[in-house]
Design a protein around this ligand. Structure first.
Ligand code: ADP
Ligand code: 5GP
Length: 221
């Protein structure tokens, strides 16, 4: 039984903590969007950082949910207004992370999931090193990667060939990440990514509520 007056029913999850920026990257087709979706469906404490992009929507993608789909002029206006935390050219289109919501959200203990490439990861890391957790997803083989891009059925033959041609250079960035997970079995990969997320939430530096808790645990004699 506890005699701590501030924390009479201790539930560590209720102590205040700073949020984190959880980045998932992979060569296109390795499964990062699939894993991201599974996390968002199963964990209400993390929300997707919805990027802006000049790419047209794929079938089934919703504006404001998967991306904010904007044109080149609108994208340039966001860059000029310094309204993006990071942005990059990927496959002929521009992609970027809006700043709004993230700064205050982190203070309020909200976690954000980023499905962004290695260029965006480097920029976010430079701007917010202590808040960033970088996870890279690898396919089990190049053949599997090719098969998954085809199975997804969202891209033309030409686009698939370009994504495959770029896979090698994308994979070469694997060593710029804190964690690397091979997506062979999707459920096993999801479990591993969840373990990383849960462990990162427990980092002392993020558990800002511990300061008061420990002070109260150890009153002066
Ligand atoms: P990315 O976001 O990395 O481009 P997706 O998540 O869109 O990749 O996955 C590409 C395709 O591969 C999708 O059709 C998805 O259902 C499938 N996929 C993802 N993970 C696996 C897996 N472990 N085994 C088989 N197929 C998978
Ligand atoms: P897709 O067109 O398949 O949705 O995404 C293509 C690539 O752009 C993926 O590698 C994805 O991670 C990346 N991407 C998506 N949003 C952003 C973003 O806001 N910033 C950066 N740097 N990359 C992004």
């Amino acid at each position: 039984m506890t005699s701590n007056p501030l924390f009479s029913a201790i539930n560590q999850d209720e102590l205040h903590r700073r949020g984190l920026l959880f980045i998932l990257s992979s060569p296109s087709g390795a499964g990062k969007s699939t894993i991201a979706r599974m996390i968002l469906e199963s964990d209400e404490d993390i929300s997707l950082s919805v990027s802006v992009t000049t790419r047209p929507p794929r079938e089934g993608e919703l504006d404001g949910v998967d991306y904010h789909f904007i044109d080149d002029a609108e994208f340039q206006a966001l860059v000029d207004d310094n309204a993006l935390l990071e942005w990059a050219h990927v496959f002929d289109h521009k992609y970027g992370t809006p700043k709004s919501a993230i700064k205050q959200g982190l203070k309020d203990g909200k976690d954000f999931l980023f499905d962004i490439d290695w260029q965006g990861t480097q920029q976010l890391y430079q701007r917010a090193e202590g808040d960033v957790v970088r996870v890279f997803i690898l396919p089990p083989s190049i053949e599997q990667l090719n098969e998954r891009l085809r199975k997804r059925g969202t891209d033309s033959e030409e686009v698939i060939n370009r994504r495959m041609a770029k896979a090698k250079s994308e994979i070469s960035h694997w060593d710029g990440y804190d964690f690397v997970v091979i997506n062979d079995d999707v459920d096993a990969c999801f479990d591993k990514v969840c373990e990383i997320l849960h462990a990162e939430r427990m980092r002392r530096a993020r558990q800002t509520g511990l300061i008061d808790f420990v002070r109260d645990l150890t009153p002066p004699d």
